[in-house]
Design a protein around this ligand. Structure first.
Ligand SMILES: [Zn+2]
Length: 356
């Protein structure tokens, strides 16, 4: 199927072909184009989501693994694609190496003005004794940043908004949900099913809702199953969203179906690796969502269970092992529509923002 066929096959959306083309024209975040841009910088099963606001402010949610590979990929998107020479906000959802590991390498290359995390601890955040935590976290604990901040539930990042309202708010962190940030509503039905308790720092992940006009994006880091239920029981404390970053790389210790039903996304992006994430239970949950129009993955699942646990190749950024193409989302200046591009192909599809 040609790109043109792919594009025209999306004619049923209210956003027409011309708009889809103009959104696809440039992968470079123009300084004054008014768009909101998001990139999933591939860290092969790590977290590394870069957001650039219309005012040119940058937010990186998680920083991939240490070792130079992931930080180089993130810096390439930040400096070459987005054309920025610093990072305004680095948000580290929790203290696991695939989320904080690249931070010190990034801070060594570009100024990082603000770091937002759950606070540093001398002890292993997973509670392991005799762990390598003091060694593995040393670069992160000592890296130069403008200001370090402790995330609290309900916190809003200080962002510059233009004509279109813009916010990024923390809906839960350290297993404490934010109350009254969005219009809380009482949950109905029976209490959500729980799984075995998770004593790792995944459960402490901060989760965030980015709002731009009517557009909503949810990034939950690696928040795990039982902690997720705090967002939906007994009060539902999250809004419906347009775009959902599949939590925890698509693992089934996360992605509670009741939370996903409450979030009710139109599009999902999974920051999986070629052998990490893409759990069958999660894919089943995603496929059952009533408003879902598209699922994306950073990688084709190359494990044996990839025969069933995958999505069509033209929704996947990296089909073979060894490539590291990002996924790009551009939101129109008024937030009314957004396009998702797989730059390697390139394939762009456009979706209409819902009125939540
Ligand atoms: Zn992770």
């Amino acid at each position: 199927m040609s790109n043109l066929d792919r594009m025209s096959s999306f004619g049923h959306f209210t956003v027409g072909f011309a708009l889809a083309s103009s959104l696809a024209l440039s992968l470079v975040a123009g300084k004054n184009d008014g768009r909101l841009d998001l990139w999933w910088c591939d860290s092969d099963g790590g977290g590394s989501t870069l957001i650039v606001t219309p005012a040119g402010e940058s937010i990186l949610i998680d920083s991939g693994n240490p070792g130079g590979r992931d930080s180089a990929r993130i810096l390439k998107v930040l400096t070459q694609t987005a054309g920025l020479n610093h990072l305004d906000h680095l948000v580290v959802t929790h203290l696991h190496i695939d989320h904080f590991g690249g931070a010190a390498e990034i801070a060594a290359q570009v100024p990082v003005k603000n770091l937002w995390d759950n606070g540093l601890t001398d002890a292993d955040p997973d509670g392991n004794r005799n762990s390598t935590w003091p060694l593995t976290s040393k670069a992160y604990r000592t890296m130069p940043v403008g200001q370090r901040h402790r995330v609290e539930p309900g916190l809003s990042l200080p962002l510059t908004a233009g004509k279109t309202p813009l916010s990024m708010r923390c809906v839960i962190t350290r297993q404490k949900p934010a109350e009254g940030v969005f219009s809380d509503r009482k949950a109905t039905g029976t209490a959500p099913v729980l799984k075995a308790p998770d004593t790792s720092d995944n459960a402490n992940s901060s989760a965030w809702v980015l709002s731009f006009g009517n557009f909503r994006f949810f990034d939950g880091g690696d928040l795990t199953w039982n902690a997720e239920t705090q967002l939906i029981w007994p009060q539902i404390r999250v809004p419906e969203v347009d775009l959902y970053q599949v939590t925890h790389h698509g693992l089934d210790v996360s992605n509670h179906p009741r939370l996903l039903t409450a979030l009710n996304p139109t599009v999902t992006v999974m920051n999986n690796g070629s052998t990490k994430g893409t759990a069958g239970e999660v894919l089943t949950t995603l496929r059952g969502l009533p408003r879902l129009e598209a699922q994306y993955q950073l990688h084709r699942n190359l494990r044996p269970d990839g025969v069933t646990n995958n999505i069509p190749n033209d929704f996947i950024a990296n089909i073979e092992a060894g490539t590291a193409h990002p996924i790009h989302c551009a939101v129109l200046p008024d937030g009314s529509a957004y396009s998702i591009t797989l730059p390697a192909a390139p394939i762009t599809r456009t979706y209409t923002t819902r009125r939540h």
